[in-house]
Design a protein around this ligand. Structure first.
Ligand code: PLP
Length: 434
């Protein structure tokens, strides 16, 4: 028995069930990964008990000698993981997660109601890049700043020409690159030129792709951007947390004031005490990212998603962008007239976790006609290209069974879902997946 099992069997059981679910099935949610036991040990350590508001050597609490050592290692390794010199770049490792990190970037570097431009959420952008709808300002970013999005074209590629036209008129204070559901790399150079023309900051939110950037599989945003944020739990495979990298020396060679502005925005601007257990977990994960093996992992993630995309295309499936350059595959289900919502539920029944996602042409973000797939986690579990072809076979079979079920149950999601559990073919497929 464990301390939790005897203290709280209900929660213990929930965790056991979730652990079994994660190991039994195929976890293909593109924003997820599988952390190491070393990371888990940090998260469950004594550091969770410690308050340490402030910065290394300048805390508002006593007893911080050891957590100072932890935070120093986290920063050094984070810079090293992306090949950055501490003379030119600084990093704040205190953001609790990706969304607070992004808010700290805006609060630190912008004035209230400054204009920003990010990728539209239905085109693959993130909520925190300024999302609003015609009837409502959804993200706090769009409440406290003025936001006008740029879009992708019908092929799922950022429409840079549109971005340039909009920015020339809108004159934003910041352009945000980075996305949550985008299968191409960004043209940082082109956006940099635009930012120079407009006189605005370039911010990259590399949350999704940071692990591939660190592994040299994707272009680095650091040569062109002024500030870069990331989560640490997606392709970086670390704890749930966030980091902000900022230029100490601008591209013009002059010192910036970003360090004090970002640090103050994080604390005391937006947050209280840093989560030292998370920061220790970041440190230990960055040690892994700095190791030579990381390059092989990152390359395998990208190679696996390319193999998955190719196998799906070979079976007649349609993918946004007709393939992928990173860990994400965006599956267009319109030809089956099966909604992303139904597909997600169907795949869940056969123990494949994915998420419904908007694709180009979708009118309603709540009724997307695509599914987002990712290979970061399966790669961590050791799957390679041949396995991806098997996975593509599972996905293909599941969708075709789903189309048949929809034919017999009609449009209603609840009838569709009710029929899933009784379908023998699906149960056979689940047994194969597991
Ligand atoms: N930025 C991007 C591009 C993301 O995809 C996400 C999360 O999915 C975030 C930021 C927010 O991270 P978090 O969920 O940790 O707040």
């Amino acid at each position: 028995s464990t301390p939790l099992a005897s203290h709280d069997p209900e929660i213990y059981d929930c965790i056991q069930l979730e652990m079994a679910r994660q190991y039994r099935g195929l976890e293909m949610i593109a924003s997820e990964n599988l952390t190491s036991r070393a990371v888990m040990e940090c998260l469950g350590s004594a550091l969770t008990n410690k308050y340490a508001e402030g910065e290394i050597g300048a805390r508002y609490y006593g007893g911080t000698a050891f957590v100072d050592m932890v935070e120093k290692l986290a920063k050094e390794r984070a810079l090293a993981a992306f090949g950055l010199s501490a003379d030119e770049w600084g990093v704040n490792v205190q953001p609790y997660s990706g969304s607070p990190a992004n808010m700290a970037v805006y609060v630190g570097l912008l004035h209230p109601h400054d204009r920003i431009m990010g990728l539209h959420l239905p085109c693959g952008g993130h909520l925190t890049h300024g999302f609003y709808t015609s009837s409502k300002k959804i993200s706090a970013t769009s409440i406290f700043f003025e936001s006008l999005p740029y879009h992708t074209d019908s092929e799922g590629v950022v429409d840079y020409a549109e971005m340039e036209r909009t920015a020339a008129v809108y004159r934003p204070a910041m352009i945000i690159v980075g996305a949550s559901a985008y299968t191409k790399d960004f043209d940082y150079e082109r956006v940099r030129r635009l930012c120079d023309d407009v006189g605005c900051l370039l911010f990259c939110d590399m949350a999704h792709t940071a692990g591939l950037i660190a592994g040299g599989v994707l272009k680095s945003p650091f040569a062109t951007c002024d500030v870069v944020s990331t989560t640490t739990h997606k392709s970086l495979r670390g704890p749930r947390s966030g980091m902000i990298f900022f230029r100490k020396v601008g591209r013009d060679g002059n010192a910036t004031d970003f360090e004090s502005r970002i640090n103050q925005a994080v604390f005391p601007g937006l947050q209280g005490g840093p989560h030292m257990h998370q920061i220790a977990a970041i440190a230990t994960q960055m040690k892994e990212v700095c190791a030579p093996e990381w390059k092989a992992y990152a390359a395998q993630v990208a190679s696996n998603s390319k193999a998955l995309a190719a196998a799906l295309i070979e079976k007649g499936h349609v993918l946004v962008g007709n393939g992928t350059e990173n860990h994400v595959v965006l599956w267009n289900l319109r030809q089956f007239e099966l909604s992303g919502n139904k597909a997600e539920k169907l795949l869940d029944v056969v123990s494949i976790s994915t998420n419904k996602n908007t694709i180009p042409g979708d009118k309603n973000a709540l009724a997307p006609s695509g599914v987002r797939l990712g290979t970061s986690r399966l790669t961590t579990r050791g799957l390679v290209e041949d396995d991806m072809r098997v996975v593509a076979g599972f996905l293909d079979r599941a969708i075709k069974i789903g189309v048949e079920i929809q034919r017999s149950t009609g449009k209603l999601v609840k009838d569709f879902v009710a029929a899933l559990a009784h379908n023998g073919e699906l149960m056979d497929l689940r047994a194969e997946v597991e």
